[in-house]
Design a binder for this molecule. Structure first.
Ligand SMILES: Cc1ncc(COP(=O)(O)O)c(C=O)c1O
Length: 399
């Protein structure tokens, strides 16, 4: 085995022990440095006290912000550490004083929870949700975004870069250019992109970017971050409900916002998880490299698609001009949830996606459920082949 791959796998005890983990879009396996960073801090908390441990780890905490920021090409001052990507999106949305008739311009492939938040804003604030048209080959048509921006009162452009339920990569940079030309703020959900591919917020030209640690970044569950641009900070964007970490209370009726993205944070948060996310960021950048992670993960996914397409009764659902490390496939006559449970019994982790998690896309594809296979750079060709062979055997068993 390639020595580099060997090292990554040695750092990933479950993979080294034989678990075929192809659910990196759900939650990846944490590499050893991430596990250690978390366990060490929990030990410090137990031995010295929670607040005292945070004081003692002040330098490591500051370094974690710097490293997380590096993953998206930003500075530490632009990073707010939050619980997860959904919270990050909700905080960003709360920085807008939407009024009736404002348009949120989004796509047909934005994440379920984001769509639910837009629907809630429509119900409670009279916001209008407009979804740009897709290209015939899949993925949003940037020209449709441009056209809607020219015609409607758009308050925010919001795009999920990589959806949860397919291998599509949306043209996030192109949409960012168009939003900037129109002078409209831009929110990117990069939950599945972070750790899977190189990211540069300057090229995205986004005001906000939401992410989580546990997926392709290989950090722990229960922590994520929100990138907030200098432009958004200068414009005074802040969450609706600011807490004592995000602002100083100056006088009875007066407060001052923190001048950094910290204004989006809560006073209480999980320092052990933040340190784990920082270690995940360092590992991704310095031990692997995001170009290499992206190249390898995509090559493994392409291999899975190619082999699945040859299996009778399996329909690969991924469409679009650019595809990533998420592979989705419908199995004729088999519910994806059942297939995932069966694979799990064989030591293969995948996940299932359902129509109600992506109603627009799944209806376009006329699919009810799909198995999601999401390899990462530490997976092997053989693991991908094992998963495909297991699915082929399942299909055979149906005949
Ligand atoms: C594209 C996308 N956005 C957002 C989320 C939500 O992330 P979290 O569960 O960390 O809030 C997910 C989770 O699967 C996702 O796939």
């Amino acid at each position: 085995m390639d020595p580099q791959l060997n090292r990554w796998r040695a750092d990933t005890p479950a993979a080294a022990a034989g678990l075929v983990h192809l659910n990196n879009a759900g939650a990846s396996l944490m590499p050893r440095p991430v596990q250690d960073a978390i366990a060490d801090h929990l030990k410090r908390e137990a031995m010295h006290g929670g607040y005292e441990a945070a004081d003692d780890a002040a330098d490591a905490i500051a370094a974690a912000y710097v490293d997380v920021a590096r993953v998206v090409g930003a500075e530490a001052r632009n990073i707010a550490v939050v619980e997860n990507a959904t919270v990050a999106v909700s905080l960003a949305l709360s920085a807008f004083d939407f009024v009736a008739g404002d348009v949120i311009l989004t796509t047909r492939n934005d994440y379920i929870s984001n769509q639910l938040m837009y629907l809630s804003l429509a119900k409670r604030r009279g916001v209008e949700i407009v979804r740009a048209a897709d290209l015939p080959e899949g993925g949003v048509d940037p020209e449709s975004v441009r056209e809607i921006l020219g015609k409607r009162r758009v308050a925010l452009v919001a795009l999920t870069w990589v959806p949860t339920n397919s291998g599509l990569v949306q043209p996030a940079e192109e949409v960012g250019r168009i939003a900037e030309e129109a002078g409209v703020p831009y929110l990117v959900d990069a939950c599945q992109a972070v750790g899977q591919m190189p990211i540069d917020v300057a090229r995205l030209r986004c005001d906000f970017l939401a992410a989580t640690a546990r997926k392709f970044l290989r950090g722990p569950r229960g922590v994520g971050f929100l990138y907030v641009s200098d432009r958004a900070l200068r414009d005074g964007r802040a969450p609706l409900y600011v807490d004592m970490r995000g602002a100083d209370w100056l006088e009875a009726d007066e407060y001052r916002l923190a001048d950094s993205a910290r204004r989006f944070e809560n006073w209480e948060f999980a320092y052990a998880l933040l340190l784990g996310m920082g270690a995940g960021a360092r590992y991704a950048l310095d031990d692997v490299g995001l170009d290499e992670a992206c190249r390898r993960a995509r090559a493994l996914a392409a291999r899975a698609r190619e082999k699945l397409a040859d299996v009778d009764g399996i329909r690969v659902l991924d469409r679009g001009p650019e595809l990533c490390a998420i592979v989705t496939a419908e199995l004729a006559g088999i519910d994806a949830g059942d297939a995932v449970r069966e694979l799990r019994e064989w030591g293969i982790n995948t996940s299932a996606t359902r129509r109600d998690w992506a109603v627009l896309d799944m209806d376009d594809k006329r699919a009810r459920t799909a198995v999601r296979i999401s390899p990462h750079y530490f997976n092997t060709e053989r693991e991908v082949d094992t998963a495909v062979a297991a699915l082929a055997a399942m299909m055979d068993g149906r005949r």
